[in-house]
Design a protein around this ligand. Sequence first.
Ligand code: AMP
Ligand code: MG
Length: 398
Amino acid sequence: MLSVDEALARILAAFSPLPAETVSVDEAFGRVLAAAVTARITQPPHAVSAMDGYAVRAADLPQAPARLRVVGAVPAGSLFERPLGAGEAVRIFTGAPLPEGADSIVIQEDTDQDGDEVVVKEVPSRGVYVRARGLDFSEGDPGVEAGTWLTPRHVGLIAAMDVPWVSVHRRPRVAILSTGDELVMPGEQRRPSQIVSSNAIALSALVRDCGGEPINLGIAADNRDSLERLAAGAEGADLLLTTGGASVGDHDLVRAVLAEEQLSLDFWRIAMRPGKPLMFGHLGKTPMIGLPGNPVSSLVCGLLFVRPAMERMLGLTRPPHRLGTAELMAPLPANDKRQDYMRATLESGPEGQLSAVPFPKQDSSMLRTLSRADCLIVRAPHAPAIQAGEFVPVLLLD
Ligand code: AMP
Ligand code: MG
């Protein structure tokens, strides 16, 4: 059986960044930048005031109190038409450009207005409350690098740099096919022997969360005809995910059936829990990851293998998983030959140190424990038994 790391490496080797498309900066949130953004303008374009008050020449105010003649006002968005002379001040507001010759701002709170004069009660230090031209960035400065997942902070900067259009990687199209005679959709009429299919719902949420576009191909029955017909819907997708039917049971047909439909299989078993039956190959030209049927296995394998594959297609440069270390709050027995991912809750102490409480039952059908978990404790193959108080690596969820 393949190790988790080898399996991931082989999956990643089959993907490369998708082509770029252009979107408006307003639509760019949650996309991955395909080409670096640089500033088209200088910000601020002039030296501007950071406060409401008076624009002055510091040389006029060696001591306080002192009087200056108020010769006009500049609100944000206007320009004072002439240079400031000796002994003069201009009423100024936050964001307004400093008149030529002015070098400092006296804040309103440190003044008294007296007719057309202002009494300055505190000596300003030269340059105080002035934002220099280009304080934030200058034309041509680097803004956001290619390979960045665009957050609200990034799109704000791109907009401020006066860049209306950006180049982003196309969203991966991910087709999802569920398999199993026992499955019905949530809310559907159900015989006593049937169960609700949840894998495709969870996986399409995962695909969206990773920046992709899910396409639900429905539920294939456990027969050749149905599987072939529904799997054909994957044509044109960047990735096909199947769930269930991947094991060695009499009704686990995915491998056998698709093998006759141009499936070239790379591997179909890995040394991990949950999720031993994990397939990877190509159906025709479409890469395919065959996920286990058990809901926890399907989603954990989704996090471990589908997410990194999608991040590769998106050209993302950040690492795929957020790993941490936590103090174990309950003993764990020795592990067998499979890498184990154990659901656990996390608590964080006063200094942010994490402690992990594993759920006592880890059956791969139990979605409720997965939904309540904050992390997966990673147990290496053949890891020895450990006591409470020791530290374990954790993969953070969400
Ligand atoms: P299989 O690999 O097809 O034998 O499925 C393993 C287990 O997962 C069985 O108990 C299935 O009923 C269950 N299962 C398979 N597909 C789904 C699904 N889409 N939603 C929920 N459970 C499923
Ligand atoms: Mg099945």
